[in-house]
Design a protein around this ligand. Structure first.
Ligand code: FAD
Ligand code: NAI
Length: 469
């Protein structure tokens, strides 16, 4: 007889592994099926974690080379040991994926290595090259198979010269010239990594702005900052083709997005970072009758149920922002729903961060969205140039912007561009989760001296005005 489970989760990324742990905590007998040799999915293996390890290391490399002398620390110009930097990244990944293994054992979760597919009637097949396919039975199934990079027709990825984020996290040498296609989160984070190590980075973006979806004032200021860091932008431009030269270098043909004269751009490495697409290959969804939308995402109802009873889906493979914490929250919510509880995710208060220097962090509505929706809002904005701690840290770039409802003062959105913005946004997320007002925030004590005082001052700007400006 096949092994029986209360819940089988297909995919062990942040959506899948968190769902499995929460379900086990709620008393379910849980299986996880993962096709890769390590757990943690895109995020832990080839996404959030390795990219943040390289962003941290290269930021310190940049500071050692450029800011230390101003602080009275005179050192010889730092030299790069790329192999050691990559080893740090690999060790960070290993520690995190091993952590997931430990948590599976601790929570008595049974892990299967292989490609999971739906056979119908609660049966899941696990196929691996290590032996004959295995079949298990489960009362409930959660699909958490994530996403993979989108590619451009006619541009072949080899992960050495023409790379996705996966190759860009493991280059063996700093390219002299890096072409980045797409000015989204991956392009700007990984573009920053290699620019800090000495690459001449050119970002080609189809739209007339960077970071679509982010607040446009933040995006404009950030583009100016990155340009000063040496990153070159070609907006409203598309890459038509990339030719490989005999010496291995690349020649890209660029064309204005609206059509017009071609331009040539030579590069040593090209990073294709034009978005990600849901991954459902090999799951047997068509035979099982699971409905997909026009973008290949699994269609789900309000409680993550698919068109098949007792089959659910979460994370990058369904609609919504492709973010690890969104996948995790959905993992917890669906486990609670299956356990008969009221699992819920507040999609109005999911923060988003770009981990560059300075960082960008936002939660809730952008000014562009509020204008489009005709909502009457007020803006409180405070620059880090007027913040004492930021001056001490040589981190005066950027600002905090809070958007609040004119009638009720309720905070509708917040946008931070500045050092440590990723840590600061949590205060605003909690405030929004509790339906707080700008005045609530303005009356909350912030420790002095901290960068977070800029949040309070921005909240004061929504009312009678800040103290330090
Ligand atoms: P995934 O993490 O993609 O996991 C899916 C898992 O399912 C994979 O392990 C896959 O092997 C497995 N799988 C697929 N099909 C099957 C099958 N049939 N059988 C068995 N296993 C299967 N997000 C953030 O919030 N913050 C960040 O800083 C951040 N940085 C990123 C940096 C990069 C370079 C990239 C590429 C992404 C980054 N993201 C970040 C996005 C984040 O990685 C994803 O949103 C997140 O991993 C989605 O989680 P998931 O569980 O839905 O899917
Ligand atoms: P993205 O959607 O953030 O940006 C893609 C960019 O490419 C857009 O600006 C788009 O206009 C542009 N583009 C699309 N087609 C193009 C073309 N043919 N030529 C030129 N430009 C083109 O996607 P990205 O950066 O690939 O990231 C994928 C996902 O991973 C994102 O949805 C993001 O949420 C997630 N991620 C999150 C991170 C974080 O939270 N810090 C870090 C990295 C990724």
């Amino acid at each position: 007889m096949a092994d029986q489970f209360d819940l089988t989760v297909i995919g062990s990324g942040p959506g899948g592994y968190v769902c499995a742990i929460r379900a086990a905590q709620l008393g379910m007998k849980v299986a996880v099926v993962e096709k890769m040799p390590t757990f943690g999915g895109t995020c832990l293996n080839i996404g959030c974690i390795p990219s943040k390890a390289l962003l941290h290391a290269t930021e310190l490399f940049e500071e050692a080379g450029h800011s230390f002398s101003h602080l009275g620390i005179d050192i010889a110009a730092p030299t790069l040991n790329l192999a050691q930097m990559m080893a740090h990244k690999d060790e960070t990944v290993a520690a995190n994926v091993n952590g997931v293994s430990f948590l599976f054992k601790k929570n008595k979760i049974t892990a299967f290595e292989g490609l999971g597919s739906l056979l119908g009637g609660g049966r899941v097949q696990i196929a691996s090259d290590k032996g004959a396919p295995q079949v298990i039975e489960s009362k409930h199934i959660v699909i958490a198979t994530g996403s993979v990079p989108a590619t451009l027709p006619g541009i072949d990825i080899d992960e050495e010269r023409i790379v996705t984020s996966t190759g860009a996290l493991s280059l063996g040498a700093v390219p002299d010239r890096l072409l980045v296609i797409g000015a989204g989160v991956i392009g700007l984070e990984l573009g920053s990594v290699w620019a800090r190590l000495g690459a001449k980075v050119t970002v080609v973006e189809f739209l007339d702005r960077i970071l679509p979806g982010m607040d446009s004032e933040v995006a404009r200021q950030f583009q100016r900052i990155l340009s000063k860091q040496g990153v070159e932008f070609r907006l409203s431009t598309k890459v038509k083709s990339i030719d490989r030269q005999e010496d291995g270098s690349l020649t890209a043909r660029l064309e204005p997005a609206a059509g017009g004269d071609m331009a040539i751009l030579d590069a040593d490495v090209a990073l294709v970072a034009i978005g990600r697409k849901p991954f459902t290959q090999g799951l047997g969804l068509e035979a099982a009758g699971v409905e997909l939308d026009s973008r290949g995402r699994i269609v789900t109802g309000p409680h993550y149920g698919t068109s098949i009873e007792s089959v659910y889906a979460i994370g990058d493979v369904i609609a919504g922002p492709m973010l690890a914490h969104k996948a995790e929250d959905e993992g917890i919510a669906v486990a609670e729903v299956i356990a008969g509880q009221a699992g819920h995710v507040n999609y109005g208060a999911i923060p988003a961060v770009v981990y560059t220097n300075p960082e960008i962090a936002s939660v809730g509505k952008t000014e562009d969205e509020l204008k489009a929706e005709g909502i009457d809002y007020k803006t409180g904005k405070f620059p880090f140039t007027a913040n004492g701690r930021a001056k001490a840290m040589l981190a005066t770039q950027g600002f905090v912007k809070i958007l609040a409802d004119v009638q009720t003062d309720r905070v509708l959105g917040a946008h931070i561009i500045g050092k440590n913005a990723s840590e600061m946004i949590e205060a605003l997320t909690v405030l929004m989760e509790f339906g707080g007002s700008a005045e609530d925030l303005a009356r909350t004590t912030a420790p002095h001296p901290t960068l977070s005082e800029a949040i309070r001052e921005a909240a004061l700007m929504c009312g009678d005005g800040a103290i330090h400006i």
